[in-house]
Design a protein around this ligand. Structure first.
Ligand SMILES: Cc1cc2nc3c(=O)[nH]c(=O)nc-3n(C[C@H](O)[C@H](O)[C@H](O)COP(=O)(O)O)c2cc1C
Length: 202
């Protein structure tokens, strides 16, 4: 099993990045056989989508290729997104626009939303509504909201009841994600999912 964690904040030193590291450490503890790669969108490594991504020697195509290859290697994703002005950061939306079915199609994804206060539900709702029609990324039914993130997931021992609860919730959701990761491999191999008549999810 190969897990790719996508950190959607494009701030350097973001809390989402710290949460992504906690998720990686948790996976290492509960399933050491799973390999983990983290794609952190800090400092905007990818420009906004344009047509040059479709041209073999296009400027965006060569920038995109290493990201594309890392996404293609995944069996499952954790997408860590902050809530910014009630929405998902543009860099994360851009990544979902760049990623097609070969990268993320019929692979399970766990949404982990991050807020310094009591937010996080808007990005969950937004990701569940849009961004996956064409690329066929599959969000699993569980999600995690890390609210009051500044007080959470610091150090090895929980700082209190809510910190303990969120750690247990992350582990619970990750175990389910990894089970989906195994369960969906045969579906991708079946050949059922690629049909030239229906590339656009409608
Ligand atoms: C541009 C911007 C807008 C924000 N808007 C919200 C918001 O709508 N709701 C919320 O709960 N937190 C909001 N925050 C605070 C984030 O929850 C906080 O920065 C948190 O650390 C997660 O973001 P990070 O991963 O970039 O650190 C915002 C932060 C930024 C930088």
């Amino acid at each position: 099993m190969h897990l790719v964690i996508i950190v959607g904040s494009h701030r350097t030193g973001s809390e989402s990045s710290r949460v992504g590291s906690f998720v990686a450490a948790t996976v290492g503890r509960i399933d050491p056989a799973t390999t983990v790669d983290t794609i952190d969108l800090a400092a905007n490594p990818l420009p906004l989508w344009d047509e040059s991504v479709w041209q073999p020697d296009g400027a965006l195509a060569s920038l995109w290729k290493p990201f594309r290859d890392r996404l293609r290697a995944a069996d499952a994703f954790v997408v860590v997104t902050p809530e910014w002005a009630g929405t998902v950061p543009p860099a994360l939306k851009n990544l979902l626009l760049l990623a097609g079915p070969k990268e993320v199609g019929h692979k399970p994804g766990l949404i982990v939303a991050v807020s310094s206060g009591r937010g996080g539900s808007y990005p969950v709702s937004e990701l569940r509504t849009g961004g996956t029609k064409n690329n066929r990324l599959l969000w699993i039914p569980e999600q995690v909201l890390v609210q009051d993130v500044g007080d959470m997931l610091r150090g090895d021992t929980p700082a209190g009841e809510r910190d303990d609860w969120i750690r247990r919730r992350i582990e619970f959701a990750l175990r389910i994600l990894l089970a989906y990761g195994s369960a969906l491999q045969p579906i991708r191999r079946s050949g059922l999912t690629d049909h030239p008549d229906f590339p656009y999810g409608m």
